[in-house]
Design a binder for this molecule. Structure first.
Ligand SMILES: [Zn+2]
Length: 59
């Protein structure tokens, strides 16, 4: 049986794939940006375009 709650929780609570720190969320006029405060990971979501751009593995 699929645990939907755990699945949804993993979708909603984003953590840095490197250090597991919760990602900071920032909303700009063009996109919303989720990023690790230590700069490991950045995800830009352009909802009007349906596009996400991910920068990860940044040291
Ligand atoms: Zn990190």
């Amino acid at each position: 049986m699929i645990n939907m709650f755990a699945f949804l929780k993993s979708m909603l609570s984003a953590n840095c794939p490197l250090c597991r720190h919760p990602l900071q969320v920032e909303h700009t006029r063009l996109c919303s940006i989720k990023s690790c405060p230590k700069g490991h990971y950045t995800e830009e979501t352009y909802s009007h375009l349906g596009v996400s751009v991910v920068y990860d593995g940044m040291e």
